[in-house]
Design a protein around this ligand. Structure first.
Ligand SMILES: Nc1ncnc2c1ncn2[C@@H]1O[C@H](COP(=O)(O)OP(=O)(O)O)[C@@H](O)[C@H]1O
Ligand SMILES: [Mg+2]
Length: 245
């Protein structure tokens, strides 16, 4: 199964991606977490730590300077440029490197291409996108199984989320997360912008904010905090949807 996480910058995509990936891994599923942001921070929300997340990118960038050998296959890239996160999650930074070595996967591949060409098989591939609508716009119909659209109760985030839902719903299944909801007024604002859709409501959660401040995975700080609990339940639901029949 392939899952993409979309929304405005700061909406909570990385938090959602990291926590859902960890919860899936914890439940025994094989998980590949793809960081498709040009500023890759997924490692932090996965609990790999800020320093190792940085290092991971460093290895990848060694390609540009010729310190690191090129890797011709996608599986090889996952092996070589990936890192192990807790709960058995494999993290890969899919940051595109604009090196014009002809036919070289590891240099020329973009996140959406990686997502498209990757075999999911038994594993769940979870892709944390960069902000905005680019990848959702370019996405081929049914190239991913689910797009998680993260909305916040702010006018700007809602506009991005509304458009992401409209574009993605023509291509595949969409699940909308109403993130950082403080009260009924917040929820009403999100409902008004994205009507007639089920909303997964993730409350404003002090644990999530604290985890980010300290460079930790929210699920490591408190797996039962209100926001993390909702994301763990979402992971369960996604895993259930992946079971054939
Ligand atoms: N439910 C939540 N409660 C409190 N803080 C949150 C919540 N979701 C996200 N945040 C905070 O919002 C900020 C942006 O989240 P992040 O996941 O990095 O967004 P994105 O990846 O969409 O840019 C982070 O500081 C994060 O800790
Ligand atoms: Mg992010």
């Amino acid at each position: 199964m392939k899952i993409m996480v979309a929304g405005k910058g700061g909406a909570g995509k990385t938090t959602v991606s990291g926590t859902v990936a960890r919860a899936l891994g914890r439940a025994g599923h094989s998980v590949l977490a793809l960081d498709a942001d040009a500023n890759p921070m997924l490692g932090v929300s996965l609990g790999v730590g800020a320093e190792r997340t940085d290092l991971l990118l460093g290895v990848r960038q060694g390609l540009e300077t010729g310190e690191v050998e090129h890797e011709p296959t996608i599986e090889g890239m996952i092996e070589r440029f990936g890192a192990d996160a807790p709960d058995g999650v494999r993290l890969v930074v899919a940051n595109r490197i604009d090196n014009d070595t002809p036919g070289c996967q590891c240099c020329g591949v973009s996140a959406d291409q990686l997502l498209r060409e990757l075999e999911d098989g038994e594993r769940t591939v979870l892709c944390d996108l960069e902000a905005g609508l680019g990848t959702v716009l370019r996405m081929a119909p049914d190239s991913v199984d689910v797009v998680l659209v993260v909305a916040n109760p702010t006018a700007k985030a809602l506009e991005v989320a509304r458009r992401a839902v409209a574009i993605a719903a023509d291509k595949t299944e969409v699940i909308v997360l109403a993130n950082r909801v403080r009260d009924d007024a917040d929820l009403d604002a999100i409902r008004a912008a994205i009507p007639d859709r089920e909303l997964i409501v993730v409350p404003e959660d002090a644990t999530i904010a604290r985890a980010d401040r300290d460079g930790l995975a929210p699920i490591d700080l408190d797996p039962y905090s209100p926001g993390v609990t909702v994301l763990v339940a979402l992971a369960d639901r996604l895993a259930g949807a992946a079971v054939p029949g």
